[in-house]
Design a protein around this ligand. Structure first.
Ligand code: HBI
Ligand code: FE
Length: 290
């Protein structure tokens, strides 16, 4: 193989400026739209009664079930009127500092591609269904929308202290896998739970995982699982409480006291925890993954 093949710089598809945005949204075909509709229908079989009411309200406000992959421009028009957020197309996971910059400016970077029938059940990178179905409805809630912008601003500080992993854990245990206490029980608001077929039942009802009231400092010291169900979920009492815990936090002091690595294993329950329920961890003990 000629040497130059390996020296060619990695060419990103349709190269992007420093904002990593693609010039326009993908032109989906009828197969893509059918994949969106099938994914949507499958989620709506399990989400009612288990998804946070703010999420279900957001789905309705943006009419994401109208059929086919939503148009980002039209959706951003509606979302902009509600909380000032817009949805912008990106080709893949983008560098943290670029992602934070968009969030700090109320722009949500959403995958421009949709999964295939072959990858219907598990995707490696967030596609348009994970991002738009999973994340965007929550951005219609004014308090959560404020939280996401604060998260973006917090990103730069985390980079300055070299504590991205800690901030990533906060994102993971709230934006991706967060639970909230509602009058009629514990519900999911995390996109990683809401955009898949199985985790929403496990996260809200199974005996296996721990459920612990969220404390920002504790969560930022806690390891997490990337490609399997979580051994621990953190529960908030309200989005106002989550927002207050972050904006009132002195992150400079927090980062100065945070070790570079995680302190707590993802299945740990520690003495200061306000425990909703300690899990049996039988899923983990059975070896996880399915
Ligand atoms: N890029 N497109 C995209 N989507 C994400 O959710 C994303 C990202 N880059 C970084 C990132 N998430 C994580 O590091 C978050 O913890 C910030
Ligand atoms: Fe996500």
């Amino acid at each position: 193989m000629p040497a130059e093949v390996f020296t060619a710089p990695l060419q990103r598809p349709g190269h992007l400026g420093e904002d990593w945005l693609e010039p326009k949204q993908t032109e989906y075909d009828s197969d893509d739209d059918a994949i969106w509709d099938d994914l949507f229908a499958r989620q709506m079989e399990v989400l009612p009664g288990r998804a946070a009411s703010a999420f279900l309200a957001g789905l309705d406000k943006l009419d994401l079930g109208r059929g086919g992959v939503p148009d980002f421009a039209a959706m951003s028009e509606d979302l902009g009127k509600l909380t000032g957020w817009s949805v912008v197309p990106v080709p893949m996971l983008i560098p943290d500092h670029v992602f934070f910059w968009h969030l700090a400016n109320r722009r949500f970077p959403a995958g421009n591609f949709i999964r295939t029938r072959e990858t219907f059940d598990y995707i490696q990178e967030p596609d348009v269904f994970h991002d738009v179905f999973g994340h965007v409805p929550m951005l219609t809630d004014p308090t959560f929308a404020d939280y996401m912008q604060e998260y973006g601003k917090a990103g730069w500080k985390a980079m300055r202290y070299n504590r991205l992993k800690a901030l990533g854990a906060l994102y993971w245990y709230t934006v991706e896998f967060g639970l909230i206490e509602e009058a009629d029980g514990i519900k999911a608001y995390g996109a990683g739970i809401l955009s898949g077929p199985t985790e929403v039942v496990y996260a809200t009802q199974a005996e296996s995982p721990n459920r612990i009231i969220l404390n920002v400092d504790r969560v930022m010291r806690t390891d997490y699982v990337i490609s399997d169900l979580q051994p621990t979920y953190f529960v908030i009492e309200s989005f106002e409480d989550l927002y207050r815990q972050t904006v009132e936090r002195d992150f400079d002091r927090l980062y100065r006291n945070l070790p570079p690595a995680f302190t707590y294993a993802n299945s740990a329950v520690i003495d200061v925890d306000n425990v909703v329920n300690r899990g049996t961890q039988e899923y983990l003990l059975r070896g996880g993954r399915g």
